[in-house]
Design a protein around this ligand. Structure first.
Ligand SMILES: C[S@@+](CC[C@H](N)C(=O)[O-])C[C@H]1O[C@@H](n2cnc3c(N)ncnc32)[C@H](O)[C@@H]1O
Length: 351
């Protein structure tokens, strides 16, 4: 069976379930598989209407009725169960296109490569934590007979969930929305989705007129490269929302340890430094540096002579770590180059 006929079946399935897809749209693969206009489409056209019954979230009737720790886990279990049923699944026309087996292979090859490349960055730390959590989750679900797939497939499905969920507004649960999940990201997207107030359908709408062959994109939000890589496995060479986040810690030998911890808690300061694309620290981070670098109680929340050396040391250490990362893969290179350039700007500012 050709892939094209799988797409035809998918479109038919959406229509059978009461949805609509604009006649001038197809799913195609150029650099990346996505949605494309096959003819001119006017501005504000409904590109797709997806009925609420096809929106997968924790309230969905078909979700496994077992306790789940998080909304994300509910979606992972849903996809795992439907994947296991194969053609018996009511969702098969969509599940088939998710290429879960191939995703598992790719994840092992490319994503693990990414993982190794960025090992020394904050992204590496976040990915390590996620992997460890997945191992624990899988161990529990497997032991209690709640899941019947391999760990590799479980990781692939977890990645698919992270990369395809939509954050619906107004306290609606995070959801998977077949069809809209084939739209790729662009900061200058030409389409957007919303929930119809009266029907509760999910509508994908063109925001301007589309040319024949043009890709239909949505914006995944103002995310940094680190967030894009973590959630979706891609990032952008020029990302106006990029930033650096550095985890910081206090030495157990610090004589002001308790005072510093108390103040950080009182001020609700996140335990990391954030440096914006222009190389400037956020206000919270500037305050954190003052506290962390203070050597006397009277200067604990003031600019002191230790602020600059403290920050310089931290930035140079991070730069050294970034230089240890390999940068052959395109997205890893975008990420690393942007991180280095932001840290360098911050260091220049300190001179
Ligand atoms: C919601 S899905 C979009 C459809 C997906 N391309 C597919 O083939 O099913 C999100 C995934 O698409 C890819 N993607 C989306 N936007 C991208 C972009 N601007 N550049 C590269 N890959 C992108 C990433 O792999 C991401 O994890």
């Amino acid at each position: 069976m050709s892939v094209d006929s799988d797409y035809v079946k998918f479109f038919d399935w959406i229509r059978e379930k009461g949805g609509q897809v604009h006649k001038h749209i197809k799913i195609d693969t150029r650099e990346e598989r996505g949605l494309f206009a096959t003819s001119t489409i006017e501005s504000h056209a409904a590109l797709a209407i997806i009925p609420w019954s096809l929106v997968v979230n924790k309230q969905h009737v078909n979700l496994p009725t077992i306790d789940v720790a998080t909304e994300r886990q509910a979606l992972v279990l849903f996809l795992s169960h439907e994947y296991t049923k194969q053609e018996e699944s009511d969702w098969y026309p969509w599940i088939k296109l998710l290429n879960i087996d191939k995703e598992a292979d790719d994840l092992l090859k490319t994503k693990m490569n990414l993982f190794n490349c960025v090992e020394h960055s904050t992204l590496g730390q976040a990915l390590t934590a996620r992997y460890q959590q997945l191992e624990q989750e899988y161990g529990y679900l497997n032991q209690s007979d709640k899941i019947h797939i391999s760990f590799e497939l479980f990781c692939a499905i977890d990645h698919l969930v992270w990369s395809r969920i939509l954050d619906l507004p107004d306290n609606e649960p995070i959801s998977l929305v077949p069809f809209i999940d084939f739209a790729n990201h662009n900061f200058n997207a030409n389409a957007r989705w919303f929930i119809d107030d009266t029907t509760h359908d999910l509508i994908l709408r063109s925001e301007r007129s589309l040319n024949p062959g043009e890709e239909i994109t949505i914006c995944y939000g103002s995310k940094s490269n680190e967030e894009l890589l973590y959630l979706y496995g891609f990032c952008q060479s020029v990302n106006p929302n990029d930033r650096v986040t550095l985890p910081v810690s206090l030495s157990p030998d610090d004589l002001l340890l308790e005072d510093k911890l108390r103040l950080i808690k009182e001020l609700h300061l996140p335990p990391r430094l954030t440096i914006n694309i222009d190389g400037r620290l956020t206000d919270d981070s500037q305050r954190l540096v003052k506290i962390l670098s203070a050597q006397t109680l009277s200067t604990i929340d003031h600019v002191n002579e230790h602020c600059k050396p403290y920050l310089k040391n931290l930035l140079n250490e991070y730069l050294e770590n970034l230089n240890l990362c390999s940068d052959e893969e395109m997205f890893t290179k975008y990420y690393l180059d942007s991180q280095k350039s932001i840290v360098q700007k911050a260091l220049n500012d300190l001179e």
